[in-house]
Design a protein around this ligand. Structure first.
Ligand code: PLP
Length: 393
């Protein structure tokens, strides 16, 4: 039995995903199987927990900053895993990806400027744009033959007319699981360059890539001067509540401005436990990640086969990366409340409703699959039973 099979998280109610008050607030029901949040049930690599134990035993936490070792570990990781050559002096540490995004928005745009996102997309992008008093401009993805793509005509149109100063790219794309190709990124980047718009690329999911796909960073392109990359070990190694984030750019002027801003807010100190855990993850976590990716791929295969055989009314948009599944319920022709009722009250499954991620997410549900297979099997069987009974709205 694989170690990924043996975890049991369901009774830990201090985890956000299981907390009854949060479940009640979000889904109107506090007795639900939790499949909605993009985190992992699995234990982190042993090298990471060993490092945290070492520090706990040492029990001395004098000022200690080892950011340069973190940056070296990151640069080595990118080179070896993604064939991407980054300069370890051009990383900036910060407390998380969302903090990074907020800082960059505030440094490079002004209130009232347009910031463009591509829905359905991680809902906090819209939330940060609104909270920082910028204007949310949407360039929805198109869906044809079960594949999401950029709509480049609409993009040009929005960049011409909406005073857009920044594009937030999600690569790989949460929630639809696309891993953007080099051609797609080149096109996007050429258009951004034409309109003199900065691209901020959130690549937090870039290490969870499935067979026959390759993570392409926008930083590997020719015209890469107007780009900032945001990342974190959180999704890769299950370090959701213990990791710092980082920013990278090739552009020295962008780098200096972000660095000054981050330092002025004193956001760069980091946390030494996160730092050592990050170094351990990136230097010793490769085999663990390979095993995890294989495990997730098996989960996807099992669910895909099950859905096709048992509940064919639902369609799975197969992900190229990320551990989020995007399930298409539109054939059932239900409104939002009816679909929520089936999931949250009848099947008792907490999935993230697609409309959280933008209007064009309506009729979909996002399901997290970084869980033991037996948990996913029993969840899908619960859904099947409800479908078999005949839908009751
Ligand atoms: C695309 C994306 N960016 C950022 C985050 C959160 O990043 P952090 O916790 O480092 O702020 C998530 C979490 O789900 C995400 O999916």
């Amino acid at each position: 039995m694989n170690s990924f099979d043996t975890v049991n998280h369901t009774d830990n109610i201090s985890f956000y995903k299981n907390n009854p008050a949060i479940l009640k607030q979000l889904f109107g029901n506090n007795k639900l199987k939790s499949l909605w949040l993009a985190d992992m049930d699995f234990k982190v690599p042993e090298a990471v927990s060993d490092e945290i134990k070492r520090l706990a035993d040492r029990a001395i936490f004098a000022y200690e900053f080892n950011n340069n070792d973190v940056f070296k570990a990151l640069a080595d990781w990118y080179r070896e895993r993604h064939n991407l050559h980054l300069n370890s002096d051009m990383f900036i540490q910060i407390s998380g990806v969302l903090t990074a995004l907020s800082v960059i928005i505030q440094e490079f745009t002004n209130p009232g400027d347009g910031i463009l996102i591509q829905t359905p997309v991680y809902h906090q992008f819209a939330s940060i744009i609104k909270k920082t008093d910028r204007r949310l401009i949407n360039n929805p993805l198109t869906l044809n033959d079960n594949e999401y793509r950029f709509d480049t005509e609409d993009l040009k149109n929005k960049l011409s007319n909406e005073n857009v100063k920044m594009i937030i790219l999600c690569n790989p794309h949460n929630p639809v699981g696309r891993v953007w190709t080099k051609e797609e990124l080149t096109k996007l980047s050429e258009i951004a360059e034409e309109f003199n718009v900065m691209i901020v690329s959130d690549k937090i999911h870039s290490d969870i890539i499935y067979r026959n796909n390759k993570f392409n960073s926008i930083l590997s392109l020719e015209n890469r001067n107007h780009i900032a990359l945001l990342g974190s070990p959180a999704k890769t190694f299950g370090m959701h509540s213990i990791s710092n984030g980082y920013i990278y750019t090739h552009n020295e002027s962008i780098f200096s401005r972000i660095q000054s801003k981050v330092e002025s807010l004193f956001l760069h100190h980091g946390n030494v436990i996160s730092n050592y855990a990050t170094i351990a993850a990136y230097t010793k976590g490769k085999e663990w990640l390979d095993e995890l990716t294989m495990y997730l791929e098996k989960n996807i295969e099992w669910i895909n086969t099950f859905i096709k055989r048992e509940i064919p009314q639902i369609k799975l948009i197969k992900p190229q990366g990320t551990y989020q599944l995007w399930l298409d319920f539109r054939e059932l022709d239900l409104n939002k409340n009816q679909l929520n009722n089936i999931l949250f009250n009848q099947a008792q499954l907490a999935m993230a409703p697609g409309h959280w991620f933008g209007k064009n997410g309506a009729g979909f549900m996002r399901m997290n699959i970084a869980s033991p297979l037996d948990y996913l099997e029993s969840s899908m069987n619960d859904l099947k039973q409800v479908m078999k009974r005949g839908l009751q709205y």
